[in-house]
Design a binder for this molecule. Structure first.
Ligand code: FEO
Length: 168
């Protein structure tokens, strides 16, 4: 692109690549939560169904936040392809364990970008990522609390456990 018409890039090119990878990660998470929502929907697990449909939307919103951030700062956001989404699950508890694992991986990835932004003196990205750090802390906390409910209600019927779980 002609530099005369291109907006000035206020984020580091190295960081832009990491952010584009993060968009792909968020979209993969969205697709994964959608698969989980479908699994719950088919089994009439209403609270978990609502939880995962909502989570799928939220992950897409996270991806879009990063997408627009890159373009608003003179970079080039890339629409990712999402492949190898697992639709095969064993148990409701397993869905929430996978969710927590996914969120921990996202948190690590955000921390890595944050550290790299600091190293590159990319202050714009560093400030932008603070919202994500808080969001990740809330998401991990939510899934840990849900897994605590499973521990407390061990042996109870699945639908009864589902009724005790939050919908968002
Ligand atoms: Fe956007 Fe839950 O990671």
């Amino acid at each position: 692109m002609n530099t005369a018409i291109r907006k000035q890039m206020t984020i580091s090119p190295v960081i832009m690549d990491l952010l584009n990878n993060q968009i792909a990660m968020e979209m993969k998470a969205s697709a994964s939560y959608l698969a989980m929502a479908s699994w719950c929907d088919q089994r009439e697990l209403l609270n978990s169904k609502a939880q995962f449909y909502k989570q799928a939307e939220e992950e897409r919103e996270h991806a879009m936040k990063i997408f627009t951030f890159i373009n608003d700062n003179g970079g080039g956001a890339i629409s990712p392809s999402v492949e190898n989404v697992n639709n095969d699950f064993e148990s409701l508890r397993g869905l929430y364990e996978t969710s927590l694992d996914q969120e921990i991986a996202v948190t690590e990835s955000i921390f890595n970008i944050f550290k790299s932004a600091r190293k590159e003196s990319d202050f714009t990205t560093e400030i932008f990522l603070q919202w994500f750090i808080e969001e990740q802390s809330e998401e991990e906390d939510k899934f840990r609390s849900i897994l605590d409910v499973f521990d407390l209600m061990e042996g109870m019927p699945l639908k009864m456990i589902d009724e005790r779980l939050p919908t968002e």
